[in-house]
Write a protein that binds this ligand. Sequence first.
Ligand SMILES: Nc1nc2c(ncn2[C@@H]2O[C@H](COP(=O)(O)OP(=O)(O)OP(=O)(O)O)[C@@H](O)[C@H]2O)c(=O)[nH]1
Length: 204
Amino acid sequence: MSGKSKLLKVVLLGDGGVGKSSLMNRFVSNKFDAQSFHTIGVEFLNKDVTVDGESFTMQIWDTAGQERFKSLRTPFYRGADCCLLTFAVDDLQSFRNMSMWKKEFLYYADIQDGNNFPFVVLGNKIDVENRAVPCESAKEWCRQNGNCPYFETSAKDSTNVDLAFKAAVKRLKELEDQMDEKPQHGNTVDLKKKNKASNSGCCN
Ligand SMILES: Nc1nc2c(ncn2[C@@H]2O[C@H](COP(=O)(O)OP(=O)(O)OP(=O)(O)O)[C@@H](O)[C@H]2O)c(=O)[nH]1
């Protein structure tokens, strides 16, 4: 890829053990480790992608989800272009903590308008049998949180991983376009467009 690609900082957030490192490694290196260790602090990897004919380098920041590492991860939220909020579909508490993750991110990234920031939600470990979070509950959370796209993923068997990461870039572009079209003195975004964006990543 040429040196003309745009660098995007993408932050992966969610409870410890939901599969953030596994998703990043699946996306960047197409690998999965069943014995993945907890992350300490923050790690990042780059991946070049093409979305709608445009080149981007996604710099993916994988943060430690365990509470004891909070002070190590929060300094890295600033300057993020998009955020992947992750829970595991077999872990109800990880889903309930999503609002806390969003709030923590917005506070430390110093972002005022959370509904116009490109969040994408990932319900990971869709390959497991003991599902605890219904798809509809996740979709409802997304509707109430700026209509962000929702993907059900499996880092283990690759389901929707590529799609979900690239959706973050698409979401960023959509929100940027909406901001460009915003009238100087008037309402905010075009609601028809906003709703269209929200339907791009749902499970069936
Ligand atoms: N079945 C299944 N297991 C997964 C999946 N993704 C991750 N795991 C497993 O879940 C465990 C935790 O995965 P990690 O990727 O380390 O989780 P994390 O969110 O990065 O955890 P922290 O670093 O503590 O924040 C590991 O044993 C992984 O192998 C998945 O899609 N399906």
